[in-house]
Design a protein around this ligand. Structure first.
Ligand SMILES: C=C1C[C@]23C[C@@]1(O)CC[C@H]2[C@@]12CCC[C@@](C)(C(=O)O1)[C@H]2[C@@H]3C(=O)O
Ligand SMILES: O=C(O)CCC(=O)C(=O)O
Ligand SMILES: [Fe+2]
Length: 355
C-alpha cells in the first residue's frame, strides 16, 4: 500500500527542516506555515517592464561579448544570454523530465530525499533553515549522477531522466567554460593568471550542481514566497526559466525587477566567488523567485565554480591598477570554506571576508 505523507514524516529519520512539509497538490488555501509577512517590496513590489529596467541581452557570438559582459556584470550582476548553442530540444526534454519528477505524488518524491549534508536529491532549498516560514518551492539537486535517486523514483524507467540530465550537465559545463573565458577576458585576466590565482591543490574536477526548481500554482501568491532573496555562492549560475515569469533581481535604488523569460535565452547571474575574484567589481546579484496562481513554474539552475579545494582571492591586476595600488577588498578563501560560511551565515558570509 502506498504510504501517506504523514507516514513519511513519522518514519523519516531526517531533520524536518530538510523535508517539504506539504503536498502542494492537496492544499486549496495557503497554510499559515507558508504565509510570509508583508514587508517593503514583497511580494511583487514594483516590477518594471521596458528596456531601462531590463537586464542586458548579450549574444555570445558578438565580437564585443567580453566588453558587454563586463558592463552587464558591473551594472546589473546578471544578463540574458542568446546564441549560446544549447539545443532547445534538450532544454525541452530536461523541462519535461523535470515536470515528470515533480508531478509524482509527495510520498514518492520523499523516497529520493537529499541528505542533510547535501549532494543529489529532493528537498527544500538549502537556504530554508534561515526562515521561519516555508517557501512555495520544491527542488531536486543533482551533483554528479542522479542514477541512485532516479532508481528509487522509477525502478524500471529511470534511464530517460538520467540520460537527459547527464547530457544537459555536459553541455552546460562546456557553455560555463566558454563563459568563464569571457568573464576572465572582461576582467583582463589571462587563463594562466586565473589558474595561478585560484591555487588548485588537487586534481579534482570543477564544482558544479544542477538544481531543478519547481513552483507549483499557489492559491495565494501575494502572501507566499517562491525562493527567498539570496545570492548564489559559486562563480556564476546559468538559469533556464520556463515561459512563466517569476525570477526577480534587486536593483539598488529601484526595487525588484522581473527578469522576463526570453524564448531561447539563458539568464546568467554573478555569484559570490566571482564577486570576490573581481575584487567586488562584479557584485553578486540578490535575486528571488515569486509564484503565481495559474501556472506551474519550472527553472533549471546550473551552478559553476572551481574545485572545492581551490583558493579564491581578488585577482592581482584588479588589485593593482597601473601605479596606483588598489587594496584587496576580500581575504583569500577556499571554495569549501566559503560554501560552509554561506551555509552558516547566508548573505553575511561575504562581509565576513572583507578586509
Ligand atoms: C552548488 C550549490 C549552490 C547551492 C548550494 C549547492 O550546494 C546546491 C544547491 C544550490 C542552491 C539552489 C537554490 C538556491 C540556493 C541558494 C540554495 O539554497 O541551494 C543555491 C545554493 C547556493 O548558490 O548557495
Ligand atoms: O527560479 C528561478 O528563476 C531562480 C532560481 C534560483 O535563483 C536558484 O536556483 O538559485
Ligand atoms: Fe539563485
Amino acid at each position: 500500500m502506498a504510504s501517506t505523507l504523514s507516514q513519511v514524516f513519522r518514519d523519516n529519520p531526517l531533520p524536518l527542516n530538510h523535508i517539504i512539509p506539504l503536498d502542494f497538490t492537496s492544499v486549496h488555501s495557503l497554510p499559515e506555515s507558508h504565509v510570509w509577512p508583508a514587508f517593503d517590496g514583497f511580494p511583487f513590489g514594483t516590477t518594471y517592464p521596458g528596456e531601462k529596467f531590463s537586464i542586458p541581452i548579450i549574444d555570445l557570438m558578438d565580437p564585443n561579448a567580453a566588453q558587454l559582459v563586463g558592463h552587464a556584470c558591473e551594472k546589473w550582476g546578471a544578463f540574458q544570454l542568446t546564441s549560446h548553442g544549447l539545443p532547445s530540444i534538450l532544454t525541452d526534454d530536461v523541462e519535461s523530465q523535470t515536470r515528470r519528477l515533480f508531478a509524482l505524488p509527495a510520498h514518492e518524491k520523499m523516497k529520493a530525499l537529499r541528505l542533510p549534508s547535501g549532494g543529489t536529491g529532493y528537498g527544500q532549498a538549502r537556504i530554508s533553515p534561515f526562515y521561519p516560514k516555508f517557501m512555495w518551492h520544491e527542488g531536486f539537486t543533482i551533483m554528479g549522477s542522479a542514477v541512485d535517486h532516479a532508481r528509487k523514483l522509477w525502478p524500471d524507467d529511470y534511464k530517460g531522466f538520467c540520460d537527459v540530465m547527464e547530457d544537459y550537465q555536459k553541455k552546460m559545463k562546456e557553455l560555463a567554460e566558454s563563459l568563464l573565458h569571457i568573464f576572465l577576458e572582461s576582467l583582463d585576466i589571462s587563463k594562466e593568471e586565473y589558474r595561478s590565482t585560484t591555487i588548485q591543490r588537487g586534481r579534482e574536477a570543477c564544482n558544479t550542481a544542477l538544481q531543478l526548481n519547481s513552483y507549483p500554482p499557489c492559491p495565494d501568491p501575494n502572501r507566499a514566497m517562491g525562493l527567498a532573496p539570496h545570492t548564489d555562492s559559486l562563480l556564476f549560475t546559468i538559469v533556464h526559466q520556463s515561459h512563466t515569469s517569476g525570477l526577480q533581481i534587486l536593483r539598488d535604488g529601484v526595487g525588484w525587477i522581473t527578469v522576463f523569460p526570453l524564448e531561447g535565452a539563458l539568464v546568467v547571474n554573478v555569484g559570490d566567488l566571482l564577486h570576490i575574484l573581481s575584487n567586488g567589481r562584479y557584485p553578486s546579484v540578490l535575486h528571488r523567485a515569486v509564484v503565481n496562481q495559474a501556472e506551474h513554474r519550472i527553472s533549471l539552475a546550473y551552478f559553476y565554480g572551481p574545485p572545492a579545494d581551490s583558493l579564491i582571492s581578488p585577482l592581482c591586476n584588479l588589485v593593482s591598477s597601473g601605479q596606483q595600488v588598489v587594496a584587496p577588498r576580500y581575504r583569500s578563501v577556499s571554495v569549501k570554506e566559503y560554501v560552509d560560511l554561506k551555509e552558516k551565515h547566508k548573505e553575511k558570509a561575504l562581509s565576513l571576508l572583507r578586509l
